[in-house]
Write a protein that binds this ligand. Structure first.
Ligand code: GUN
Ligand code: ZN
Length: 437
């Protein structure tokens, strides 16, 4: 029995916090403990109680006064775009053609893919993120590189090779048949291996022919419990081009409906300019709208209407994500800071409990993985992020006057980044302190 006992201020959400005073929405222990055995959480709560359950030889790590939270989850990110973050572009389609597609052609080289996958997962851990839903490039070997590296680290990740067979450079195209065959081979090799999950990944309508969309739908029927990830309604030029390519469609969302790609495991990146019919259709199928604030601001795409989507008669399930390289930071703290501002521009508020719910339990629920990750509940995997609210001179000073948990979380979200992440555990193993500096 190899017990690891963490001590610190533990915070884990039970449900969506309705208001900033909604204390029954979370479990918080000022002197808390998390007991980990064989990569799983076996107990959490008041330290004195948790300690009683630890074996005699338990290794104890005292993180006080730091906060112990579930690892953060990023619901939409492009691992092959690590090298093009912060590329100066006009808008989505121009940015894709100028920077993204040329960079992604390099992933034909498996060795390059392995190098970037390693650096990408290092970057996640550095920022306190323990799970992502990732797009790989069109090349099967890019997904192999991602899964090999993720599996070696025992991380729970969701990923898929993108399917794209038109409107992109030659080196970045598959065919309906090869996209199907490569995806299926990857599913058979990787889905359910250790903690790896495969996502069927037609990039978006612009880059997939009707034949390819058919094939993606066929795969989804063959493997109904897989995630499906794609982009939807990000920018006006993209929407107009999509409508031109599919004149029969009532709207952009209708294309994914037609090919059977909407369901509870469908992750729809962006969803900024949805009509009411589209939002209804998404709500009815239980598909997830993925909010990518740093990307939406960086590319000037628009303002995701978070609170309206939650409150509408047919509400949307929502996840939050970085979308790097369109996004500008790997940190889910930076992401929720920008998210807060987007929501403010829509005349609404997101309180700090709601933000931290979103990047932990909320994203785990949206990704249908809350039985495994996203909380500190016994029986779940020990993916944990430890936060130091005094990691920089500024936050150390600011913390002198912070007197509530809400204020502390808001400070972390508003000015925090990777420096606030003091340790990360992946399936119970220290991961951040293990990174080469
Ligand atoms: N739409 C299709 N591909 C992409 C991509 O790589 N990034 C973003 N932000 N939008 C997309
Ligand atoms: Zn994206």
């Amino acid at each position: 029995m190899n017990d690891l006992l963490l001590r610190g201020r533990t915070l884990s959400f039970l449900r969506w916090p309705e208001t900033i005073h909604d204390e029954s929405a979370y479990a918080y222990e000022e002197d808390g403990g998390v007991l980990i055995r064989d990569g799983r959480i076996v107990a959490s709560g008041a330290y004195a109680e948790v300690e009683k359950q630890a074996g005699d030889n338990a290794r104890k790590v005292d993180h006080r006064p730091n906060l112990i939270l579930p690892g953060f989850i990023d619901a939409h990110v492009h691992f092959p775009q690590l090298q093009i973050i912060a590329s100066y572009g006009a808008e989505l389609l121009e940015w894709l053609n100028t920077y993204t597609f040329p960079e992604e052609t390099k992933f034909r080289d498996a060795q390059y893919g392995r190098r970037v996958a390693r650096l990408f997962l290092d970057e996640m851990v550095r920022h306190g993120t323990t799970t992502v839903a990732a797009y790989c490039s069109v090349h099967k070997q890019s997904a192999e590189a991602f899964f090999e590296e993720s599996h070696a680290r025992n991380m729970l990740n969701i990923a898929g090779k993108v399917m794209m067979d038109r409107n992109a450079p030659e080196g970045l195209l598959d065919t309906p048949q090869s996209g199907y065959d490569d995806s299926k081979a990857l599913i058979e090799a990787w889905h359910g291996k250790g903690r790896q999950h495969y996502a069927i990944t037609p990039r978006f309508v612009i880059t997939s022919t009707p034949e390819q969309m058919e094939m993606a739908g066929a795969l989804a029927r063959e493997f109904p419990d897989l995630h499906i990830q794609t982009h939807l309604s990000e920018n006006h030029a993209e929407i107009a081009f999509t409508q031109e390519l599919c004149p029969w469609a009532k709207d952009y969302t209708h294309v994914y409906e037609r090919y059977g790609l909407l369901g509870r495991k469908s992750l729809l990146g962006h969803c900024i300019h949805l009509g009411e019919r589209e939002a209804d259709a998404i709500s009815e199928t239980g598909a997830v709208a993925v909010f990518c604030p740093t990307s939406n601001l960086f590319l000037g795409s628009g303002l995701f209407d978070y609170q309206r989507f939650r409150r509408r008669e047919k509400p949307l399930r929502i996840a939050a994500a970085t979308d790097v390289g369109g996004g500008t930071n790997y940190s889910m703290l930076r992401t929720m800071d920008e998210g807060y501002k987007v929501i403010a521009l829509n005349g609404e508020k997101l309180n700090p409990f709601q933000s931290f719910w979103q990047i932990t339990r909320g994203n785990a629920e949206a990704l249908s993985i809350v039985r495994n990750v996203g909380t500190l509940e016994p029986g779940t995997d020990a993916d944990i992020t430890v936060l130091d609210s005094r990691a920089t001179p500024l936050t150390r000073l600011r913390m002198e006057t912070v007197d509530t948990l809400a204020a502390e979380l808001f400070l972390l979200q508003t000015v925090g980044d990777d420096r606030a992440i003091s340790e990360v555990y992946v399936a119970g193993r220290p991961a951040k302190s293990d990174l080469a500096a």
